[in-house]
Design a protein around this ligand. Structure first.
Ligand code: FES
Ligand code: FES
Length: 174
């Protein structure tokens, strides 16, 4: 290994990787450019917009603010890792689809990862809790109403409600 790179080992979406990266390689760049996982989007590159959000050991983080070398031993999950077992959309992705919670989609991977982590600890959120959960993610298109509805719908799907049954509940009546 040259002096210009550092070996870092982590898993991404369950797959193990050993990467030799420059010490200042951002996690977002390592994911997108080294691993070709372009589902993670990069907007502001300053920790503001949330588009680059991924999960590290289950917790949402801004991948544009982390050096990849700091993730040695971590379990990273990107939006690609939130697919269903058959390769289709996972519950949170399905909910965004059903609720029309995206337009251009640039912000969506960051919302999906953020919401997936949130629902792990808030399986039946109120609309207020849903709004609070996504308050750190910016969307320039949607106006957020449908995103809040998607949080509630994702909760329903995770609780076992069948896909395509979009009957509103307390969580989806934002
Ligand atoms: S690109 Fe990381 S927070 Fe905006
Ligand atoms: S859907 Fe365009 S920025 Fe959110």
């Amino acid at each position: 290994m040259s002096d210009d790179v550092v070996r870092v080992s982590f898993t991404v979406n369950g797959a193990p990787y050993d990467l030799d990266v420059p010490p200042r390689r951002l996690l977002s760049d390592a994911l997108r450019h080294d691993l070709r996982l372009t589902g993670t989007h990069v907007g502001c590159e300053h920790g503001v917009c949330g588009a680059c959000t991924v999960l590290v050991d289950g917790a949402p983080v801004r991948s544009c603010l982390l050096f990849a070398v700091s993730l040695d031993g971590a379990a990273i999950t990107t939006t690609e890792g939130l697919r269903s077992a058959d390769g289709g959309m996972g519950p949170v992705q399905q909910a965004f689809h059903e609720c029309h919670a995206l337009q251009c989609g640039f912000c969506t991977p960051g919302f999906v990862t953020t919401v997936a982590a949130f629902l792990q600890t808030h399986p039946d959120p109120t609309p207020a809790e849903a709004r609070e959960a996504i308050s750190g993610n910016l969307c320039r298109c949607t106006g957020y109403v449908n995103i809040v509805a998607a949080v509630g719908r994702a909760a329903e799907l995770l609780a076992g409600s069948p896909a395509g049954d979009a009957t509103p509940t307390k969580a989806t009546q934002a």
